[in-house]
Unconditional design. Structure first.
Length: 200
């Protein structure tokens, strides 16, 4: 991102990704109410901002994807419908703690990679949506996406890989990563709020 936030992101692959991330985040904040009853439709809508491909907003129909994190272990596209239905049930009906629901949803989307391009952006935005839809962060102030950035890409890939292992230890490692990303996002929000207060 440019140092001056009033400037457009740089014209480059990373600049384009930054712009897509901003658009996904902004749209997620507008979709909280719809997400409560139709999470898949909202995730598909977010994907239209995360990708410029012709199939944006549509689940993948093959096992050919763009995987910039090189996570691997891609579930076959034939399993998408069943796994996404299970995810919807979790998001809408689970009585588990909200951070646990958010962690599982994020990891499932990052593991399934339901779209040919841009699945990770949508996966990270799902945390914001769940925290807001479950009334933990109604105003969308927690910047868990920024927390993920602060922790770093290698730690993110390691945590997703741990989740994919299917072990109790792997699940715990992922939940710990997600909790830390949320915590760092909260800290950054508080810092920005304090900075805004000092400027009044």
């Amino acid at each position: 991102m440019p140092k001056d936030p009033t400037m457009e992101p740089e014209v480059s692959p990373m600049g384009s990704l930054s712009e897509q991330g901003l658009l996904v985040t902004a749209e997620a904040d507008l979709q909280t109410l719809a997400f409560k009853s139709e999470p898949l439709k909202v995730l598909a809508r977010l994907h239209t901002f995360a990708s410029s491909a012709d199939d944006r907003g549509q689940p993948r129909t093959s096992n050919e994807i763009d995987d910039p994190l090189r996570v691997g272990n891609l579930p076959p596209h034939e399993l998408l419908q069943e796994r996404l239905a299970q995810l919807v049930d979790l998001i809408i009906n689970s009585k588990a703690p909200v951070i646990l629901i958010a962690a599982i949803a994020h990891a499932e989307l990052a593991t399934l990679r339901p779209f040919t391009h841009g699945s990770y952006l949508v996966a990270r935005a799902s945390t914001r949506l769940i925290l807001a839809a479950r009334d933990v962060d109604i105003d969308g102030l927690v910047m868990s996406e920024y927390g993920a950035f602060l922790i770093g890409r290698p730690a993110y890939v390691k945590a997703i890989s741990a989740y994919q292992s299917g072990t109790a230890e792997g699940l715990a490692a992922w939940i710990q990563w997600q909790g830390e990303a949320i915590r760092k996002g909260i800290e950054m929000s508080l810092q920005l709020a304090e900075l805004a207060d000092t400027k009044k």
